[in-house]
Design a protein around this ligand. Sequence first.
Ligand code: ZN
Length: 338
Amino acid sequence: MDLRCLTQCAAPRGAAVGGQVRITGHHLAGAAEVSFHGAAGPISVAPDAASGGHVLATVPTGALSGRIRITTGSGADDRTNKALRVVDVSELPKHLKLRSGSVHPHRAYFDGRPKVRARYSFKAANPTDVVVRVVRARDGRVVHRAQLSDQRPFAPHNRGWNALEPDGDVADDGRYRFKVGERGRRLHVVGSFTLHAYRFPVRGPHGYGGYLQSFGAPRSGGRRHQGQDVYAACGTPLEAARGGRVQARAYDPQLYGNFVVIDGRKTSADYMYAHMPSPSPVHRGRRVHTGQRVGSVGKTGNARTTPCHLHFEIWPQGWRHGSPIDPKPSLRRWDSWS
Ligand SMILES: [Zn+2]
């Protein structure tokens, strides 16, 4: 049987007299008596509550450090594997202190998976209302706040953030910190991370070609190149630069070959990935997250006589609405961090 301090705690298994402990184990519903170590023999109390998996009990006056024994109505008994440490009230923490904390991933993408998340454990005498904030490092601006009531001290906790500000806008690219603490007191830094709104889609060595591969270059029949080509080895994975919903997934033998169009989340823009060797693994209408695999670099469509490359288009007002823009500046920016 294991043991945890719930109130009046100085450690995971350290409680002051009057504090409540929880003993977890099996077949505990019939617990009749909880015995603590004492100077003149065991000190027994009735459980505060008992169920199959756990027993709650209050540390009685006179209890000393030692293992706790539980006796059932039928006389069977069992002891905790570890000892309870009975502490003096002067040892109880006065305020919340962070015991451990981490933030993952260190480089997070809006709408990416896993979502950026802080994990932490804190020291406090009692269950505490905990404030969690995400703060922009550059200027201290609070972009996310949450209040979590009655969080247990010495227990693992976590809180994720979807990279949206309270008004629903995607938070700016940059460095952020997760902070936790008690309301009205100085918060503790759990960890930091870098947020990006986009991820570079070609996941391997690559090049941008020259003039003919750039946006607006002339094409046969008076057409103009509506995107940017990114050369990479055939089969190099392609990942969504921005999550969203799959708006189109088709095969066009003349121009694009196998292509997929993603309606970007929290942006009016759509993103097209073309010349893939096989149909995209993501289907029309399905939700795709930033960084999710959407296909591979290939040479289908009018790329069949050229080296493998991604043909990438950005449509700020949505695919086939308005006009596409030159995607190269965006690609180069995303390329610089991912
Ligand atoms: Zn192209």
